[in-house]
Design a protein around this ligand. Structure first.
Ligand code: ACM
Length: 528
């Protein structure tokens, strides 16, 4: 097997016949603003397996990192490995961080081992010139439906960085749990972060209609914890985009503060599906949302922030006289209320210098403020409409970007939400819809996968559903068109070897599927 397997596939890669051997004499130096931090990361990544802490080497260092300081936003890098030394250069710090991940992949898979290995740490002679196709290469993780311990979020960042995915979209609230600790509204986590129990089985499976597990579930993140995570991610070229999903998906918030709702006290939701209980849009409720956002943007420096906006049923607004009066006073229809609400929050965020992102429902029912960005999930149509109207878009249509769908038709796959997105489906995805003219296509910032977690109860299971489809999506987002599945599969087998070293759980490519790989074991598949 070829020993060069960089994933995602680089723009250009040339091979030489020699190799560089990394050992106790190897030194590292950096020049330019971002090079010192990149050198630190390189040392930290190489130390556990090699047992070496690379010494600084000045001009004569065997590994030289050069931040040319010509374009801080650039993700481009050039990596030259020769027997006598390695040079990694980039117009800015981001490219250096990307190049470090490629350099790591050129070493034997044992480099990913968390403990020392006795190996010859040889790097094949190569010359790589590389840059991403898209600026938004994302992964969304739902930590509401099931909480993820903080250490998993760090592990998730590591997995993203390894694949040169640069956006970690963190879905911080939903009906089933609120995870962002607000100092202004403490009940959001005192009450809203905990549910008494969870519905068993698939939401549409009548056999389990009234069966609950009887086990309390919850958790939340302190702002200080999130700030540390943000810094850790930034040092790996990963930006965390926080999502506070309102005015639907609001039951945990309403459980904490009943005055936000339409129908009196509620519990944090214990079921799955689209929830009829939504925010009322009274002045105090809108102020609550702005207050929360002020706290969230203080913790997350990301230019893009996600205000949710999906799946907001109008039933309560239609049946509540107060909301009908509210709509009349605002001069909008009940159906126009959500758009009015989106405009309030989007304007608030734009004024704070942030770019509001929303699920494609935010296009409905009125004017969307210029500068907002649309995430197209109900197919490609929302993205096509938004790009045609001049809005930037991120493409994440359910097919094939929703990784809570089954990975294969094998009956022993663990319970999933339904439908099928195979590795091949993901690899074949083209994020720029054919319907877009070139000047509209420029609005496609990129693509991302989503990991909704109704049926992904623990983080081993998240890994199983993410991997290896995430590898395919990363290549779709990074590499130029003209990809070839067979060639990808060869590199992917190396990547799975790296996952083995890291102890990551993934779905095997073929062959028998042992029950324990599914995290929670094999459960009855439910197809409606
Ligand atoms: C979504 O899947 N409800 C955005």
């Amino acid at each position: 097997m070829d020993d060069v397997a960089v994933l995602p596939r680089p723009t250009r890669l040339g091979r030489g016949g020699g190799r560089f051997v990394l050992d106790a004499t190897t030194t590292v130096s950096g020049s330019g603003p971002g090079a010192g931090a990149a050198a630190s990361l390189l040392r930290a990544l190489l130390a556990p397996a090699t047992g070496l802490w690379l010494a600084p080497g000045g001009e004569e260092a065997s590994i030289r990192l050069v931040d040319e300081d010509s374009d801080p936003a650039s993700e481009r890098y050039v990596l030259r490995v020769r027997p006598e030394g390695i040079e990694l250069s980039s117009p800015g710090p981001r490219g250096l961080l990307n190049g470090i991940q490629s350099l790591r992949q050129l070493l034997p898979a044992g480099i990913y081992s968390p403990g020392p290995r006795r190996e010859t740490w040889a790097v094949p002679e190569v010359e790589i010139e590389d840059e991403p196709r898209f600026s938004w290469r994302g992964a969304m993780l739902d930590v509401s439906r099931h909480f993820a311990p903080l250490d998993f979020l760090y592990r998730f960042v590591d997995v993203l960085a390894m694949h040169k995915l640069n956006v970690f979209h963190l879905h911080l609230n939903d009906d089933q749990g609120w995870r962002f600790a607000s100092s202004r509204y403490p009940r959001l986590v005192e009450i809203g972060a905990w549910r008494a129990q969870t519905r068993v089985g698939h939401q549409r499976d009548k056999a389990f209609a009234d069966v609950y597990d009887g086990t309390p579930h919850g958790g939340y993140y302190a702002q200080s914890q999130l700030r540390s995570l943000v810094a850790y991610a930034a040092a790996r070229n990963v930006t965390i985009v926080p999502e506070i999903d309102l005015p639907g998906h609001a039951q945990a918030a309403i459980a904490a503060y009943p005055e936000l709702g339409n129908v009196g006290p509620l519990e944090v939701w214990e079921r799955w599906g689209v929830n009829p209980h939504v925010l009322n849009l009274e002045t105090g409720t809108v102020q609550f949302c702005k207050d929360i956002w002020d706290e969230v943007i203080d913790v997350f420096p990301s230019r893009y922030v996600h205000l949710g906006g999906d799946e907001c049923p109008r039933t309560e607004w239609r049946s509540t006289p107060a909301m009908q009066r509210r709509a009349a006073a605002l001069g909008v229809s009940v159906d126009g209320l959500q758009n009015w609400f989106t405009r309030q929050l989007a304007t608030h965020l734009l004024a704070a210098g942030r770019v509001p992102v929303g699920w494609d429902e935010i296009l409905e029912g009125g004017e969307l403020p210029k500068g907002a960005t649309v995430m197209s999930w109900r197919g490609e149509q929302g993205g096509i409409v938004a790009a045609s109207e001049g809005f930037d878009v991120v493409m994440c249509p359910e097919r094939p970007c929703y990784f809570d769908h089954y990975q294969s038709e094998r009956p022993d796959e663990p319970l999933a939400i339904g439908r099928l997105n195979t590795l091949e489906d993901v690899y074949g995805y083209e994020p720029v819809p054919e319907a877009l003219a070139p000047e509209q296509a420029r609005h496609v910032l990129g693509t991302q996968l989503t990991l909704w977690r109704e049926y992904l109860p623990d983080t081993r299971h998240v890994e199983y559903m993410a991997l290896p489809r995430l590898c395919a999506l990363a290549e779709v987002a990074w590499s130029a068109p003209g990809r070839e599945l067979g060639e990808f599969m060869g590199r992917l087998s190396h990547q799975l070897g790296r996952f083995d070293e890291l102890g990551l759980n993934y779905r095997p490519l073929d062959g028998p599927l042992p029950a324990q790989r599914g995290g929670t074991g094999v459960r009855r598949r439910f197809d409606p």
